[in-house]
Design a protein around this ligand. Structure first.
Ligand code: ADP
Ligand code: ASP
Ligand code: MG
Length: 457
């Protein structure tokens, strides 16, 4: 059996939905299809929630637009006499959505739980429509309610999938009497029973969970580009799709900003060694990218990616020199507060440690560090940590880098001669990724400069 995931742009027009239906007809294998919300709907739901929390009544206008968009989509896709109660299913979802938004409007407060409920309507509505369409055009189709099957657990305020329970639920609910089963992406439920999600871009992950739980023969991620490119095709005109990359390379790229795959997607398929293909719904005959354990040895660097909204923290002071346990306390303080560290670099003088984190965590991180080292700061052996924002990380990724010399030198020369200043550089011990921190205003130029130097020269 195989699992196919279709992203938001793939479920937004009559043409792409017909493409989906035809793609599913190409095989006799049993299939699970995981769909995202219609393109931009998750953003609209988020906007409505934020407006309601600010007591801005125009959230209602957004609800009307969302309802109209789904009703129009139904009319374009399905003949009136075959629509059944589909429009009233959508209407009921919109009514429930409005009730939650109204509560937020009166409370002036958007809790995490309420946010999860609101954004989950996007996938519920899109998958209801796809389910009906495929039942008409693709025969024997069943439904898997991911909102009850995918189970999350809260760790440090973040939702993580409880994989053993989720896998068991998937195995118990999958029914091979159906040729195709439709399963909404992104949505899940906490162990305590309230609605949660797998994070923005999380439908890829949903598909990987279904694939791993059922030991699928393959996972296909259908999107709006023909595979994993040498760089984001929206930012680098000359970029091109890679025929194959390894799981490790795909993980590294997605961790460092390549939105084409949501990073948590890789682990479940890697563990089960399930081949993953990235394909284009708009050009179904393109080759796409195959992701497996193997890599294409002929290339040292595979691709570049950038990650924006980065902050740099400098933790410094004479008290760091030769003192053991400082780094442990530093990382402990951050982890207790749910701050994820992207890059760490320490100069051999040991006078300072530089931490690279997401800008949204900057204030929380600074507070946690200054509180932890309050005593040392008052003794003047540790300086108060401050955060500088406005940075980006540029990652060069490829398994072949470990056997090649001079690549970083070449990158530095290319960046230097184009006036791009490098603030931090870090290489993972796996030598699979060299990350360079630069000012965000230089990021797109730097990406193009490196792409030109390594791939188009
Ligand atoms: P979907 O809605 O199908 O999940 P996404 O928008 O999440 O699609 O991901 C696809 C987008 O990822 C592409 O349109 C592209 O702009 C972006 N992207 C970023 N880096 C890469 C890359 N290296 N290769 C391909 N696409 C990339
Ligand atoms: N609809 C969700 C989002 O936009 C999940 C997904 O598309 O993968 O983030
Ligand atoms: Mg995506």
């Amino acid at each position: 059996m195989k699992v196919l995931k279709f992203g938001g742009t793939s479920v937004s027009s009559v043409e792409t939905v017909q493409n989906i239906s035809n793609i599913l007809k190409k095989t006799n294998e049993k299939q699970i299809i995981v769909c995202s919300a219609l393109s931009k709907v998750t953003n609209m739901l988020t906007e409505a929630a934020e407006k309601a929390a600010k007591a801005d009544i125009s959230y209602k206008e957004i609800c009307n637009q969302i309802e109209k968009r789904h009703h129009d989509f139904i009319d374009q896709l399905i003949n009136k006499d075959q629509q059944g109660d589909l429009k009233s299913i959508i209407h009921n979802h919109i009514s429930s959505l409005e009730k939650v938004l109204e509560a937020i409007y009166f409370l002036n407060e958007l809790s995490t739980r309420a946010y999860y409920i609101i954004v989950s309507f996007g996938e519920k509505m899109s998958n209801a429509i796809i389910y009906r369409y495929l039942s008409i055009h693709n025969g024997n189709v069943g439904y898997l309610d991911s909102s009850q099957i995918i189970i999350t657990r809260t760790v440090n305020g973040k939702e993580h999938v409880n994989r053993s329970v989720t896998y068991k639920n998937i195995q118990d609910n999958w029914n091979d009497k159906y040729d195709i089963m439709v399963a909404p992406g992104f949505i899940s439920k906490s162990e305590n029973g309230y609605a949660t999600t797998l994070g923005r871009g999380g439908s890829d992950y949903t598909a990987a969970l279904y694939a791993a739980a059922l030991d699928a023969d393959s996972l296909e991620i259908w999107t709006d580009v023909s595979g994993i490119y040498t760089a984001d095709p929206r930012k680098v005109k000359n970029s091109y799709p890679l025929p194959r990359v390894s799981y490790k390379e795909a993980l590294e790229l997605s961790n460092f900003g390549a939105k084409v795959i949501y990073a948590p997607t890789i682990q479940p398929v890697l563990e089960k060694n399930i081949p993953m293909k990235i394909l284009n719904t708009f050009r179904p005959d393109d080759e796409g990218t195959l992701v497996t354990n193997e890599t294409d040895e002929s290339k040292t660097i595979k691709a570049f990616s950038t990650m924006d909204n980065i902050a740099m923290l400098t933790f410094s002071g004479t008290g760091l020199v030769g003192t053991t346990g400082i780094a442990g306390r530093l990382f402990g303080a951050l982890s207790k507060n749910g701050v994820n560290i992207i890059i760490i670099s320490q100069a051999s003088s040991e006078m300072s440690i530089c931490l690279v984190i997401d800008s949204k965590d900057a204030n929380k991180a600074v507070e946690a560090i200054n509180q932890e080292f309050d005593f040392e700061i008052r003794k003047c052996t540790v300086n108060k940590t401050i955060a500088e924002t406005g940075y980006s990380v540029l990652a060069m990724v490829g398994e072949g880098m470990k056997n090649a010399a001079g690549l970083t030198g070449k990158a530095f020369t290319a960046l230097g001669s184009n006036d791009v200043n490098i603030h931090v550089i870090a290489q993972g011990s796996s030598e699979l990724n060299v990350s360079i921190v630069i000012k965000s205003e230089d990021a797109e130029k730097a990406l193009n400069v490196l792409h030109q130097a390594f791939f188009n020269a």
